[in-house]
Design a protein around this ligand. Structure first.
Ligand SMILES: [Zn+2]
Length: 348
């Protein structure tokens, strides 16, 4: 059985970044006396400087680090500082890029990591992986540790760009096909999926799929989405891999990213589009899935993202090659041009 750990605390409240002094000690009781590395990016320092200033007052031994990119080198630079300067805890304050760099630096530096998101664009919030650029053309998902603490201010997330929240929804809804592919992989290998991880991932999916509150800017919805993304991350931690959250729809997203970097589409949007196609390839009825995505105003028309028929066909045909070890529906169905063209036409 896979050994797993859970975050020590998860706090989702309105206005909680206003009194971080009380909250951070819940995550790490001795944090006030510790040397703490606070990681964010320059743009956020301008917009949310007041939270950072307060945090630095609350943590007198803290130091602020501004990162420029979400690269492996950047994370290693921070890890080197952690080791050289003796930092004892690391806080990531920002979006997915900042959080992934801070998470990986904390993992390499072997210190506890607290996650303070300012947006919710994917389930890396609580996941045991970090997606980092190895060089200009190569992005890699690297295994690391889940956060020690996750603290989410609902009021801050409500002001995040709507497209980022939609991306978080897309990443959650894509579990609809990821879970199907996970079972397919398990039966192909003659083993079972981890029931508990499956259940948690399914709960994350249903909380968004069957949710009546579709207003993305409501406090109620932000809380539901946060919990769903955290559950998505925990399911990966429990399973010991990303299969509860990532199937053929994610392979399509990776293929787009690797083969067509000029297509600018958020991760959550790419996997939402991928999920509709995977659902059709899985021989399931995709109407309910499409209706749900439309209810959240998520566009699954590939043309809307500049994905032409040729790109669509090629990206799907190359999808399996992005993670060769994975068994998904793509290993079982025909990906002939005519099949994919027919699906493309249904979508546009
Ligand atoms: Zn994802």
């Amino acid at each position: 059985m896979n050994q797993f750990s859970l975050p020590y605390c998860l706090i989702i409240e309105e206005g909680i970044y206003e009194h971080l002094d009380e909250v951070l000690v819940e995550c790490i009781p001795e944090i006030v006396e510790q040397k703490v590395m606070v990681v964010t990016e320059p743009a956020l320092q301008d917009i949310m400087g007041k939270y950072l200033e307060e945090m630095q007052k609350d943590l007198p031994l803290s130091e602020l680090f501004l990162i420029e990119e979400n690269s492996f080198d950047q994370a290693m630079e921070l890890a080197k500082e952690i080791c050289a300067q003796g930092f004892q805890a690391i806080i990531g304050f920002g979006g997915g890029k900042v959080l992934d760099v801070a998470k990986y630096a904390g993992f390499v530096g072997k210190i506890p990591y607290i996650c303070l998101p300012t947006t919710l664009s994917n389930d890396s919030l609580a996941s045991p992986v970090a997606v980092l650029d190895l060089d200009k053309d190569t992005r890699k998902t690297l295994g690391c540790k889940i956060p020690t603490g996750i603290v989410v201010d609902v009021n801050v997330i409500m002001n995040a760009p709507i497209m980022q929240l939609k991306s978080g929804i897309g990443d959650t809804i894509s579990k609809y096909t990821a879970l199907y592919d996970w079972k397919l992989d398990a039966s192909h290998r003659g083993n079972r999926v981890d029931d508990f991880a499956y259940m948690i991932s399914d709960m994350a999916l249903t909380s968004i799929f069957y949710n009546d509150e579709k207003s993305l800017k409501s406090k109620e919805f932000i809380k539901i989405l946060t919990q769903a993304l955290v559950m998505g991350g925990l399911a990966m931690e429990i399973a010991g891999n990303s299969r509860p959250s990532s199937g053929s729809e994610h392979l399509f997203a990776h293929s787009l990213e690797e083969n067509y970097p000029e297509i600018k589409i958020q991760h959550g949007m790419a996997v939402a589009l991928g999920s509709v196609v995977s659902c059709i390839l899985q021989g399931r009825n995709a109407i309910r899935l499409r209706e749900t995505l439309e209810a959240y105003d998520i566009n699954v028309n590939p043309l809307g993202w500049g994905i032409t028929k040729d790109i669509f066909v090629d990206a799907w045909q190359k999808a399996s090659a992005t993670r060769k070890e994975r068994y998904t529906i793509l290993n079982e169905v025909s990906l002939e041009r005519s099949v994919l063209e027919r699906i493309y036409e249904q979508l546009v």
